[in-house]
Design a protein around this ligand. Structure first.
Ligand SMILES: NC(=O)c1ccc[n+]([C@@H]2O[C@H](COP(=O)([O-])OP(=O)(O)OC[C@H]3O[C@@H](n4cnc5c(N)ncnc54)[C@H](O)[C@@H]3O)[C@@H](O)[C@H]2O)c1
Length: 256
């Protein structure tokens, strides 16, 4: 019930399938939660769900690619809650399935802006508050696709690999400041993002899912709560000696 009690946690992409499970999970463990997303309708629903259960949360509308907006929103969060202790970067899109020679410059810029630049911008404007607080924890949601290659979604693979190594570099840079950085690598999780990726794959939804799940030893997709459980651990002081690690939650996909 109180694994992150007293901590102010910011969840970027907090309206999404995984982000909403993280937001409600952190609030259920006693955190005050700032839910950030460009999807205001679902974001406000997440906050309502938390407050209905007696938790404390507030929604901010944000486009994580817009530096001015990110700077303003993180300032408002610190003013509202008094500080920022935990940042979770969960905003993302899967983008184009096109291979390198077929993808457009726009395909590239769009996915790198949200996944890579967005992760960096949120970190840039959260860290000063953590330095003032004397420490903190940043959890970046990468993917199994940031660990291994694959023919589907090549641009997405590149962005998730970048998130993985940004996390490790920041873990080392900020270790002496008491700010921990870790990445989480989900396997296939049932959310609108994975449904959309399957539906837009040239193989067709059924064949895409069949091939994907045939590589998961546990034989099924995971649930958003499976990822939230790992994030709560990394946000909490239970993981106080853990930084620069990659927590893989994938039903065994990368074990083979
Ligand atoms: N679902 C999976 O199978 C899976 C697997 C591995 C990794 N992931 C990663 O987990 C994270 C969450 O994915 P999800 O499955 O919950 O998807 P989702 O689509 O349900 O959630 C993503 C959220 O990001 C938000 N978002 C997108 N662009 C934004 C922007 N510019 N500014 C602010 N918010 C923005 C969306 O509105 C959405 O609420 C993503 O980083 C994704 O890459 C998902």
């Amino acid at each position: 019930m109180n694994r992150v009690a007293g901590k102010v946690c910011v969840v970027v992409g907090g309206a999404g399938g995984i982000g909403s499970a993280i937001s409600t999970g952190l609030a259920g463990e006693g955190a005050q939660v700032a839910v950030l997303d460009r999807d205001a309708e679902h974001g406000r629903n997440v906050v309502q769900e938390i407050t209905d259960k007696g938790g404390e949360a507030r929604f901010w509308s944000i486009d994580v690619t817009d530096a001015q907006v990110v700077e303003r929103v993180f300032g408002e969060i610190a003013e509202h809650f008094g500080t920022i202790n935990v940042l979770v970067n969960s905003a993302g899109i899967t983008g184009s399935h096109a291979r390198a020679h077929e993808a457009t410059e726009d395909d590239f810029d769009k996915i790198y802006a949200i996944t890579v630049k967005g992760c960096w911008l949120a970190t840039k404007y959260a860290v000063p508050h953590m330095l003032t607080a004397g420490g903190g924890s940043v959890v970046n949601i990468s993917s199994i696709m940031g660990l291994v290659g694959g023919a589907s979604l090549p641009l997405y693979h590149g962005t998730k690999g970048a998130v993985r190594l940004m996390t490790k570099a920041d873990a080392i840079s900020y270790a002496s400041d008491g700010i921990r950085f870790n990445s989480v690598h989900p396997g296939p999780i049932e959310t609108s993002l994975s449904v959309a990726a399957a539906a837009s794959d040239p193989l067709g939804k059924e064949e895409y899912m069949r091939r994907l799940l045939s590589n998961v030893p546990l034989g099924r997709r995971g649930e958003p709560d499976d990822i939230a459980a790992g994030v709560i651990y990394l946000a909490s002081d239970e993981s106080k000696f853990v930084t620069g690690t990659e927590l893989v939650i994938d039903g065994g996909y990368t074990a083979r």
